[in-house]
Ligand binder design. Structure first.
Ligand code: GDP
Length: 369
């Protein structure tokens, strides 16, 4: 009894309900910086708007988090930063691995910082979802650019739900803009779905190709060619020069077969040698030309508004879908119908109809969902 009272009254004892203090500063242990600052959404926004890169980086990490509390904070940060965003040119760059994307972005980025631009590079790596490995992460990329004070580079794995890449990248774009970056480059590997999603996030879409158009063209999906605002044939140097010129005229011919663009922009085909920094300035001049013309004729703003609407509908679809998927009966029925579709017992359309009419709608009406 005496012993018990002694324990309870001891100042060294931490009573139930009171968290034990850390004996060692956990941040010191990890070698990172402790978040000594107040990390409310408002203080994030304030720091980001002042160009604080570490807070920008941490805010982006929050947008990528799967934790509900992080997502909530991220949403508040975004709302707060929104009025300061939008003031940039957003450029998407795609091309197969090895075409020279990182070399090209580095050369372009270095030219842009010379012109006093602030450049953010957001790199999307679709391979991380499929293989667990990474196309972008396995080599040191853009070393010279990465160390520059006017530059922010952020690789981003695309693992997660469908549409996740687009949402997170869009959020990162807005946060970078609020931090004062006026050229945002979104890099994606041209091997799948992601570049179509990226097209919906950017003002200008650039496709990098290799010399040797005949073979190369066969490997490129027509869809990507059609949505590109500029085609750049990279590695147009040394022995490749003749091949690059030939490729240029073949691609120009192929482009003539596409219907004219709504904005009347004629897709230029340029040659570069990113390695030797040749032709990169000409690419930028064309992008500036595009920006000026499209701002003048109103397309620039219209295009962004269209993208906002697209994001709005996409988000509604995703949220409704995940809301229904939370329901166990709906999940079970989907699994069952999927099996039936696989066996050829029912068509996809009939199955979707059945799911809606026999499961989802009745459950909504009964107030079960
Ligand atoms: P990515 O996978 O598309 O990012 O391609 P990288 O930028 O990593 O480039 C792949 C390889 O091509 C590297 O060895 C580069 O040095 C080389 N490379 C990139 N651009 C050029 C260029 O303009 N000319 C030549 N000759 N090689 C280049």
């Amino acid at each position: 009894m005496k012993q018990e009272r002694k324990t309870i009254q001891s100042a060294l004892k931490v009573n139930k309900g009171i968290a034990a203090p850390q004996s060692v500063n956990p941040y010191l242990k990890k070698g990172s910086v402790a978040p000594a600052r107040d990390t409310s959404a408002a203080s994030y926004c304030e720091a980001i708007k002042k160009g604080d890169i570490s807070m920008l980086s941490r805010a982006i990490t929050r947008t990528e988090s799967r934790l509900e509390k992080d997502r909530k904070l991220a949403a508040e940060i975004l709302e707060g930063c929104l009025p300061a965003s939008g003031n940039s040119i957003r450029i998407g760059i795609t091309g197969t691995p090895g075409v020279g994307k990182s070399t090209f972005i580095e050369a372009l980025g270095l030219a842009l910082v010379e012109r006093k631009h602030k450049v953010a590079v957001l790199a999307i790596d679709p391979s991380s979802r499929i293989s667990g490995g990474s196309i972008l992460g396995d080599k040191t990329r853009m070393e010279k650019l990465a160390g520059h004070p006017q530059v922010f580079i952020r690789p981003s794995a695309s693992s997660g739900v469908l549409g996740g890449v687009a949402r997170r990248t869009k959020e990162s774009i807005l946060l970078c803009e609020a931090a004062g970056f006026d050229v945002i480059i979104v890099e994606t590997v041209g091997v799948g779905q992601s570049e179509v999603e990226v097209k919906n996030l950017v003002d200008f879409f650039l496709l990098l190709l290799l010399p040797g158009a005949g073979d190369e063209l066969q490997g490129i999906k027509r869809g990507i060619m059609e949505v590109a605002d500029m085609i750049v044939i990279n590695k147009a140097d040394g022995e490749n020069s003749d091949k690059a010129n030939l490729a240029k005229s073949q691609i120009q011919q192929a482009l003539r077969l596409f219907p004219p663009k709504e904005n009347r922009w004629e897709v230029p085909v340029l040659l570069t040698s990113a390695l030797y920094h040749q032709g990169v300035e000409a690419v930028w001049n064309k992008i500036e030309d595009y920006e000026q013309r499209m701002k003048k004729n109103g397309y620039f703003l219209r295009h962004r508004q269209g993208q906002e609407r697209h994001a709005f509908y996409e988000t509604i679809h995703q949220r409704i879908w995940s809301y229904f998927l939370d329901d166990e009966d709906v999940k079970k029925e989907i699994a069952r119908l999927e099996e039936s579709i696989g066996k050829g017992e029912i068509s996809a359309f009939a199955a979707a109809g059945k799911l809606m009419e026999e499961v989802i709608i009745p459950r909504v009406k009964q107030g079960k969902i």
